[in-house]
Design a protein around this ligand. Structure first.
Ligand code: SAH
Length: 213
């Protein structure tokens, strides 16, 4: 597990690319600049780690495009100590970004293989999310609710009700909604039953899968 000056240089270029695409939050930009993304990917993709692209990881899943990770994180407006729930741990890259911006992170992954691999990997790298959970993200995490923010990193066919109900008042849910193409949605909880909704452009994610049992 090596991080070299070459990787750091490439990372700085990636930060500049993301900045040019409109990301302004300096905490988010610093996180992208600090995290060795190449270590989150299969070694066959190492040369591509600092391109602004999604890439395959284990179990037919992907590590999201850095711009998308930055865009979603910026929308969460994380303050240090905020309790954030992530749905879709995957490679752990988004989780690491959330840790870097000071969140207390809870993250759910439904594939056991990824859950195990990523749990080990994040701790090896020194990231300490509050809790990584093997389970179904459609249900959220009622035992730990309410959250300051919830981020869904797979394409959801609809907005799962539990995720809205597990937000604090003032809390934010960032969720890509749609089948082939997703619209990034931001929900801000204004009251127990009131939500402000914003639609923020098209993205493409792997699907948020429903458990059949
Ligand atoms: N945040 C990840 C992105 C991974 S892709 C990263 O930074 O690498 C989306 C992930 O969501 C996949 O790992 C997939 O297995 C997971 N996923 C799909 N449906 C899910 C569900 N119902 N609950 C929890 N995780 C789910």
């Amino acid at each position: 597990m090596k991080d070299t000056f070459k990787h750091k240089g490439l990372r700085q270029q990636l930060v500049n690319v993301i900045k040019a695409k409109g990301i302004k939050d300096t905490n988010v930009l610093n996180a992208i600049g600090n995290i060795p993304r190449h270590l989150f990917m299969d070694s066959s993709f190492l040369d591509h780690a600092y391109q602004d692209k999604a890439f395959p990881i284990a179990a037919d899943q992907t590590i999201s495009q850095p711009y998308t990770v930055a865009f979603q994180t910026e929308l969460l407006k994380v303050k240090s100590g905020d309790k954030i729930l992530e749905i879709g741990t995957g490679s752990g890259y988004q989780c690491a970004v959330l840790c870097e911006v000071g969140a207390k992170v809870y993250s759910i992954e439904r594939q056991q293989e990824l859950f195990k691999k990523t749990s080990k990997f994040l701790s090896k790298l020194g990231y300490r999310p509050k809790k990584l959970i093997f389970g179904d993200g459609y249900k959220g995490l009622p035992d730990e609710a309410p959250f300051d923010g919830i981020i869904v990193t797979a394409g959801a066919p609809f907005v799962p009700k539990p995720l809205l109900s597990q937000l604090k008042i003032g809390g934010r849910l960032v969720i890509p909604v749609g089948d082939d193409v997703q619209i990034m949605n931001l929900f801000i909880r204004k009251g127990s039953k009131e939500f402000e909704q914003h639609e923020l452009g098209e993205f493409r994610f792997v699907p948020l899968l429903e458990d059949k049992n």
